[in-house]
Design a protein around this ligand. Structure first.
Ligand code: N01
Length: 579
């Protein structure tokens, strides 16, 4: 094998290489290690390989797909329209792939990820069922030692005796250390499952599921008494389908959520043809939008107060009927003006009252926070589901879940007997997938220690003290408040260009300066402070995980962000130190 001769680390057969390197104790070396084989990892492998870098991706799952590999719960579906939620780096790819629905379901998105992996022959540089455990930077050699371990391929250890940290990645079996000049974290923003430490969770004798680590085999709830904890996007998608199967479904809701009908439908082939006829122009229009999407959603540029009461009403009604995120584009200032926001929120509450027959249930389902400050949900028949006789809603806001018992969930002294519990309790968003790996920078300091008071990163891409480490869609970048696919591609392209620049000029290391990082972190907070986003307990702020520092993590504004990244690169990576 090439690596045993001390030359090129690339090999068409990772399995053989893995076995040999363990057997003979050789340390494999790569230009770059990529952590994760979701959409970010796949494109990163492709770009780096095209540039002639040796690259190896490690993926805990047993196949590609990232978030779409893990989130297989009933109803899992993307809420960005299919024509937008796809790669644009290859004209052939975007022309040949055809989506079947307005919003693609998880199985179809996973098929797409597999298609991309096959089409660009990416699997030969990816090792599956392998989790990165640690990454330590060596200042003497300006490279990283990355420890990887064979991982359970599915969520079998999530509830068992293994590493029950909620990530579903299971127990380690074998370990190996590899070296790489660069480490690129393609770990995703919503991939570290959040499993609250409910008292008695291990005692429950029925089946337990987390939406973010769903089994690969079909789960059959027919006739069962099912409980679901949480009412975020995942639960709102799963509840209508589980209710159709279950004997009885009990929803444990701590905070009601705003949800807009998705109005999903079969793909409009005429529209698809129109888009495909000018795909690059369509992509460019979307990239000019604040969240990098929705140019064709008829976004309004006027402020709420500039519009008559009749017109306000007409817009809300028309967008509610159309479905999707366009509701949030009814006015330019929906997330700046409290008055505009109150009106939109009031309209949605009115719709809930119109759909849900029991006024008391409708009232409990009606959110009173700012609409959009928690991630807005899209649904297919969510509120209607509460009209079913086999669905009940338990409010756990004032009286939290006391414990999970052997046979159900106890709230306010009352036991809800259940055969299965679905934890739709979300993720340790944006930072969890990074801090669950033992990452240590230049002076041996851990990323956990550095981020004790909240994540700090320059452009969400580089971290002071952690040379040659890049994060794709990291905290401080538009990421979750943008269309993820174009944001991923923008980061991957930026990182690949940066590595090529360094190679051309003989640089061994790049590191964000503390000054540039401080300035950027302050800027991210400053931009958010002019909006209504920081007003409620969202995962954007880390507020869903007990003890997590409250810091607004995503950057608001895709176009100015891209402009800034381009300017940094054009100015010889201003704000980074190259050596
Ligand atoms: O997670 P969430 P999610 N006791 O954090 C509740 C993306 N996504 O998986 O609001 C009781 O939104 C918690 O209550 P509260 C999307 O970006 C996209 O649903 O903290 N309840 C909340 O109701 C989304 O925003 C898609 O009071 C507890 C729920 O659990 C993100 O992923 C589909 C609790 C968690 O909701 C996360 O969505 C799905 C406790 N101790 C997801 N702890 C699409 O593209 C937590 N909760 C469509």
């Amino acid at each position: 094998m090439a690596f045993l001769l001390g030359v090129d680390a690339r090999s068409p057969s990772p399995d053989v290489e893995w076995t040999l390197s363990i057997r003979f104790g050789a340390m494999r070396k790569f230009d770059a290690v990529v952590v994760g084989a979701g959409f970010a990892g796949l494109y990163m492998v492709h770009r780096l390989r095209s540039l002639g870098f040796s690259v190896r991706a490690f993926e805990a799952g047993d196949d590609v797909g990232g978030t779409w590999y893990w989130n297989r719960y009933p109803g899992a579906r993307c809420d960005v329209e299919s024509l937008e939620y796809s790669y644009q780096f290859s004209e052939e790819l975007q022309q040949e792939w055809s989506w079947s629905e307005r919003y693609a379901g998880q199985p179809e998105i996973l098929r797409y990820a597999n298609h991309v992996a096959d089409r660009f022959d990416l699997r030969r540089d990816i090792e599956f069922s392998t989790r990165v455990v640690s990454a330590h930077f060596c200042p003497e050699t300006s490279d990283w030692q990355v420890e990887v371990a064979a991982a359970e391929p599915t969520n079998t250890k999530l509830w068992g005796s293994g590493r029950s940290n909620g990530d579903g990645r299971g127990e380690d079996k074998a370990r190996e250390t590899v070296r790489a000049r660069f480490v690129i974290m393609a770990t995703g923003c919503l991939s570290a499952a959040n499993l609250p430490a409910f008292d008695g969770i291990c005692d429950f004798e029925g089946a337990k599921y987390h939406t973010g680590a769903w089994p690969h085999d079909d789960v059959d709830f027919t006739g069962l008494r099912v409980g679901i904890i949480g009412t975020g996007s995942s639960a709102i998608q799963a509840i209508p389908l589980i209710a159709e199967q279950a004997g009885h479904l009990t929803v444990f809701q701590r905070t009601p959520n705003f949800s807009i009908p998705a109005r999903n439908a079969s793909m409009d082939r005429e529209r698809e043809a129109e888009v495909k006829a000018e795909y690059s122009a369509f992509r460019a229009r979307n990239k000019s939008m604040p969240a990098g999407l929705g140019a064709d959603m008829n976004p309004m540029h006027d402020a709420f107060e500039e519009v008559s009461p009749e017109e306000r009403r007409r817009r809300f009604e028309q967008r509610w009927e159309h479905g999707g995120f366009s509701f949030m584009a009814s006015f330019a200032d929906l997330l700046q003006s409290q008055e505009a926001n109150d009106a939109a929120a009031g309209f949605v509450r009115e719709q809930i009252r119109g759909i849900v027959q029991d006024p008391e249930v409708a009232d409990r389902l009606s959110p009173h926070n700012v609409i959009g400050c928690k991630r807005i949900c899209l649904d297919s028949g969510y509120f209607e589901t509460y009209n079913r006789p086999n669905v009940s809603l338990v409010d756990v806001s004032a009286s939290p879940i006391e414990k999970i018992t052997r046979s159900g969930v106890r709230v306010g002294g009352r036991d809800h007997e259940l055969d299965a519990i679905v934890f739709a309790t979300g993720f340790d968003a944006m930072t969890g997938a990074l801090t669950r790996i033992d990452i240590r920078g230049r002076d041996g300091r851990s990323l956990c220690a550095k981020w004790e008071e909240g994540p700090r990163a320059y452009l969400g891409l580089g971290i002071a003290g952690f040379p040659n480490l890049f994060v794709i869609t990291g905290p401080g970048s538009p990421s979750v408040l943008s269309n993820m696919l174009p944001s991923i591609e923008q980061h991957v392209d930026w990182i690949a260009d940066c590595m090529a620049y360094m190679r051309d000029r003989g640089h061994a290391a790049i590191e964000a300066t503390p000054e540039a990082e401080d300035e950027w972190v302050a800027h991210v907070g400053e931009v958010a402070s002019h909006t209504l986003y920081p007003t409620c307990n969202s995962w954007y702020l880390g507020a869903n995980v007990p003890g997590k520092p409250r810091v607004f993590m995503p950057y608001l504004g895709f176009p100015p962000y891209v402009e800034k990244c381009n300017a940094v690169a054009a100015n010889h990576y201003e704000g980074f130190e190259l050596s």
